[in-house]
Design a protein around this ligand. Structure first.
Ligand code: ATP
Ligand code: MG
Length: 422
C-alpha cells in the first residue's frame, strides 16, 4: 500500500548541502562585520513566555494578532516561538544584569524565527535573521553606526545598489501632536478609506495607516502629513545629528514617511534598507530606536536601537556567480583508487589528509574510475587523487584539479603538504 510522503511544513524549507556554502558565507561575513564594529554575539531560546511578545511587540500588531505560534506546553505554560529577536535580547539584558555594566551594550544574534505569515517568495513561516541591538545610548552617533553596520554587511556579501529609507517618528513629547494631525487628516478623507484593516487602524493605531500595502490606500498615504515635520526640539536635534553622521560616513538616505512603528516604546529613528527592485516582500533590513522598551519589560528607562536583516532575502540578492563564495570552503579531495592495493593506499592517504585538516573522501570502492569521478562531482570535490598500480609502483600519485581540469604527478610524500590550504 502506498503512503503519501511527508513534506516539510508549508512555509518552511530544508537548506540542502549545495545551498549551505551561501549560508556560511553570509553568516560569517555578518559576524565579521559585527565583530569589527565591536558587537558580541548572544543566543536566546527559540521560544519564550508568550507574554514577552504580547507586551513588547504589542497586542494590536500583525505579529501578535495573527502571526505568533503560541501554545500551552505540557506543564500549562503559555509559550510562543520567537517571532523576532529584540524582545528576547532585551529580556536577556535585564535577566543577566547587563544594565549594571558600563553602557552601551552592543550585541548581535543570528537564528530562526517563526511567524504564521502567508507563505510566498521572501516570506516564510520559519525564517532566519541576523540582528544587532545597542542598549543604553541615546546619542545619534549610534543610530548612524547601526545603519552603517547593516549596510556594511550587505556590501560585504556583494549586495549593491540598495536604498536606505529613513524616518523619525518623534517621541512621547511630539508624537501625540503628530498623531492628532494624522488622524484628522484621515478623518477628513474617511470616505476614501476602503480597506477594513485601515478603518480599524484609524481608531486603534493611526501610524500604521502609513505602512498599509493596499493599493487603494497609496494616494491617501502620499498626501498624508509626515512625522519629521512635527518633531519637538530634542527629536529635531537628534534627527539633524543623525543626518550629519550619515553624511560623514558616506551613507545616503531617502526620507520616507511610510516608515512607522505603531507602538509607544518606539521612538525617533526608523529605517529600512531595500534592494533596487522594491517589491513588497523585498525589504532586506528593518530597524529603529526603541527607547521605551526596556522600561516596559521592567527595567530602568534605557534607550535602545537595532535592526534585523532577513537572511533568506539577502541570500536571494547575492550574486551566485561569485567565485569567492564557493571558495570559502577550501579544497575537498576525492581519493580514487583501482584495486585492493590502491584502495589500502587510499584509506591511509585519506586518514593523513583528515589529520592534516584537509577535507577528503575515499571514492566508493569497486567502481570504475569514471563512476568514482562522477561521485566526486556530486559531492563537490575540488581535486581528485588517482591511485592505480602504476602510481603505486612509481610512488607518485596523480592529482587532478577538478575545477580547471589540470593534472600533475606528485610524489606520495609531498601530497599532503600540497593540499593543505595556504
Ligand atoms: P513585513 O512588513 O514585510 O511583514 P515586518 O515588519 O514584519 O515586514 P520585521 O519584523 O521588521 O518585518 O523583520 C525584519 C526583516 O526580517 C524583514 O525586513 C525581512 O527581511 C525579514 N522577515 C520578516 N518576516 C519574514 C518572513 N515571514 N519571512 C522571511 N523574512 C522575513
Ligand atoms: Mg510581517
Amino acid at each position: 500500500m502506498s503512503q503519501k510522503q511527508f513534506q516539510a511544513p508549508r512555509g518552511t524549507s530544508d537548506i540542502l548541502p549545495e545551498e549551505q556554502v551561501y549560508w556560511r558565507f553570509l553568516e560569517s561575513r555578518a559576524e565579521d562585520v559585527a565583530t569589527r564594529f565591536g558587537y558580541e554575539r548572544i543566543n536566546t531560546p527559540a521560544f519564550e513566555n508568550a507574554n514577552l511578545f504580547v507586551r513588547s511587540v504589542g497586542e494590536a500588531t500583525d505579529i501578535v494578532e495573527k502571526e505568533t505560534y503560541t501554545f500551552e506546553d505540557r506543564g500549562g505554560d503559555l509559550v510562543s516561538l520567537r517571532p523576532e529577536g529584540t524582545a528576547p535580547v532585551c529580556r536577556a539584558y535585564l535577566q543577566h544584569g547587563m544594565h549594571n555594566l558600563p553602557q552601551p551594550v552592543r550585541l548581535f544574534y543570528m537564528g530562526d524565527f517563526f511567524r504564521y505569515d502567508r507563505p510566498q517568495a521572501g516570506r516564510y513561516r520559519q525564517f532566519h535573521q541576523f540582528g544587532i541591538e545597542v542598549i543604553g545610548e541615546t546619542d545619534a552617533s549610534v543610530d548612524s553606526e547601526v545603519i552603517d553596520l547593516a549596510w556594511s554587511v550587505l556590501e560585504s556579501v556583494g549586495v549593491k545598489d540598495v536604498t536606505l529609507l529613513l524616518n523619525s517618528i518623534g517621541d512621547a513629547t511630539c508624537r501625540p501632536g503628530y498623531i492628532d494631525e494624522l488622524r484628522s487628516y484621515y478623518r477628513s478623507r474617511a470616505s476614501e478609506l476602503v480597506h477594513d484593516d485601515c478603518k480599524r487602524r484609524l481608531e486603534t493605531n493611526p501610524l500604521r495607516l502609513l505602512d498599509c500595502k493596499n493599493g487603494a490606500c497609496q494616494p491617501l498615504i502620499d498626501a498624508a502629513p509626515g512625522s519629521v515635520d512635527y518633531l519637538c526640539g530634542d527629536c529635531s536635534k537628534h534627527w539633524d545629528a543623525l543626518l550629519g553622521d550619515l553624511n560623514a560616513v558616506g551613507r545616503s538616505y531617502k526620507i520616507d514617511k511610510r516608515l512607522v512603528r505603531g507602538l509607544d516604546y518606539y521612538s525617533r529613528t526608523v529605517f529600512e534598507i531595500v534592494p533596487p527592485s522594491d517589491g513588497q516582500q523585498s525589504t532586506l533590513v528593518a530597524g529603529g530606536r526603541y527607547d521605551g522598551l526596556i522600561e516596559l519589560l521592567g527595567g530602568r528607562p534605557t534607550p535602545g536601537i537595532g535592526f534585523a536583516l532577513g537572511i533568506e532575502r539577502v541570500l536571494a540578492a547575492i550574486p551566485r556567480d561569485d567565485e569567492s563564495i564557493t571558495k570559502i570552503d577550501g579544497n575537498k579531495i576525492i581519493v580514487a583508487h583501482m584495486g585492493d592495493e590502491s584502495k589500502s593506499a587510499g584509506v591511509k592517504l585519506c586518514s593523513e589528509l583528515h589529520r592534516a585538516g584537509v577535507a577528503a573522501v575515499l571514492a566508493p570502492p569497486g567502481r570504475s574510475l569514471k563512476s568514482q569521478l562522477r561521485y566526486a562531482s556530486s559531492i563537490r570535490a575540488t581535486h581528485a587523487v588517482i591511485i592505480g598500480d602504476r602510481e603505486l609502483e612509481s610512488g607518485s600519485f596523480m592529482l587532478r584539479n577538478l575545477v580547471d581540469r589540470e593534472q600533475r604527478e606528485i610524489p606520495r610524500d609531498d601530497l599532503v603538504a600540497a593540499l593543505i590550504p595556504s
